[in-house]
Design a protein around this ligand. Structure first.
Ligand SMILES: [Zn+2]
Length: 437
């Protein structure tokens, strides 16, 4: 049975994008058979590689003085606790900071994260000695976990930013500095329901308050950004390994939860909040989502060019791998199948059958890295049989091997996510046959 379906699969039309493997020496070696993949990584090392912000969301993390953190990594001031989220206090343009001796081992990466902000805004940062206590300032400490206050706190002894164990990456430190500068989480914007859906049935009981929207948020005209450094990932506070946040446009599902650095719109928002172009005499009119920076020039989002960002080559989020225009029966496969699939990808296959028909998918091989507890924290495959945006379930390991699904309507969506680190992706991915029934 399996053999015949595999043969059928081999002879059917290949519906994938057929781009060549990247010119990466590791992959070249695998293709040539000159090296074997390293042995299965240890669970502990794998867990350590996860985003500590995400891990923190699975526990009731505590911040300063044992106070429970809000939304996983925010210390609310007494005032903010009363009014829930409100407008945050801004800095006068200069921010003093102290890297305390507890954080001295992380000094270089903290300085890089400060520089990341400095070069992308008009904020000025000045270091002060550890004994400084003459006005509001940031105090980098190594406490448990990663957390920060939101906005400037009026105390001479400063406000702590904890860069705990595992939090010492540029993206996470920049995220925490973002809070201190005045940023809330992106998904608590009032217009978020137009872009994401919160799946309350998958949220840990008692943690629902972490998904509220803000009272007084002001987006200052900057559009919602799924790729914001300040956006939650899809599995925050999940009780069962299923997503708590999905994007309304499934093609953008891979954009949420990035921790690489500030997005274009994060940078835009900071420039608006701190009125970076205030002193410009001649303000250029930037187009296609560009904004004016402190040097009175347009900063253009990826995909646009020209002095005024007036030439646009692709949309803000770029293209999505996979194939989203499948209208015929055939075979779909993860990239480079049966060789190893690449890390750090989120590919989508969308199959549309003629009206009145349903889509059936028969997985043959389906192998990604294993499940850990209730979660698929690294790589996973999800099948949607009755909703473009909501998967039926998120699977990993070889759970989908030789399984089949039939849609309720005429649309099928398959998502495959691979972790950002290559060593998690030492598996072959999947191949599956699509038929219309
Ligand atoms: Zn945060």
């Amino acid at each position: 049975m399996l053999v015949s379906s595999l043969l059928a699969a081999a002879s059917a039309t290949i519906l994938n994008d057929t781009s060549l493997p990247p010119p990466d020496p590791f992959y070249a070696a695998v293709y040539n058979g000159t090296t074997l993949p390293p042995p299965e990584p240890f669970e502990e090392a794998m867990l350590a590689s996860l985003d500590p912000l995400e891990r923190q969301l699975l526990t009731s993390a505590k911040g300063e003085n044992g106070v429970e953190l809000f939304e996983g990594d925010i210390m609310l001031s007494d005032e903010q606790r009363e009014s829930r989220k409100g407008a945050s206090n801004l800095w006068p343009g200069s921010i003093y900071y102290v890297i305390t001796s507890s954080s001295s081992a992380d000094r270089n990466i903290i300085l890089s994260a400060i520089n990341h902000w400095r070069s992308r805004s008009c904020l000025r940062f000045y270091e002060r000695p550890e004994s400084y206590n003459s006005g509001p300032h940031l105090r980098f400490i190594r406490s448990s976990g990663c957390w920060s206050y939101v906005g400037r706190q009026e105390r001479n002894t400063g406000q702590s930013i904890s860069i705990g164990q595992g939090c010492n990456t540029l993206g996470i430190i920049a995220h925490e500095i973002g809070h201190a500068i005045g940023f809330w989480h992106e998904q608590s914007r009032r217009d978020r329901d137009s872009y994401i859906s919160v799946l309350t049935e998958n949220i840990l009981s008692g943690k629902e308050h972490n998904f509220r929207v803000e009272n007084n948020e002001n987006a200052l005209g900057v559009p919602y950004d799924l790729s914001s450094l300040m956006h939650y990932g899809g599995f925050s506070f999940s009780s069962n390994g299923q997503p708590t946040i999905v994007t309304n446009d499934v093609l953008l599902a891979g954009k949420i939860g990035q921790r690489n650095g500030l997005s274009h719109r994060d940078r835009h928002l900071a420039n608006e909040m701190y009125r970076c172009s205030e002193r410009c005499v001649c303000i250029p009119r930037c187009r296609n989502g560009g904004f004016v920076d402190r040097n009175c020039r347009c900063i253009c989002p990826a995909g646009t060019y020209g002095m005024f960002c007036d030439r646009r080559y692709y949309s803000y989020y770029g293209r999505t791998c996979g194939n989203q225009r499948i209208t015929r029966p055939g075979v779909i496969k993860s990239r480079y199948f049966p060789s190893l699939y690449p890390p750090n990808e989120h590919c989508i296959w969308k199959v549309t059958a003629p009206t009145g028909k349903r889509v059936r998918i028969q997985f043959h091989t389906a192998r990604v890295i294993y499940r850990s507890g209730v979660r698929c924290p690294w790589d996973w495959i999800a099948v949607h049989t009755n909703s473009d945006s909501r998967p039926d379930r998120v699977a990993c390991g070889s759970e989908l091997q030789n399984t089949a699904f039939t849609t309720t309507g005429n649309r099928l969506v398959v998502e495959m996510h691979s972790f950002r680190e290559r060593y998690a992706s030492l598996q072959t991915g999947f191949n599956a046959t699509i038929t219309f029934v």
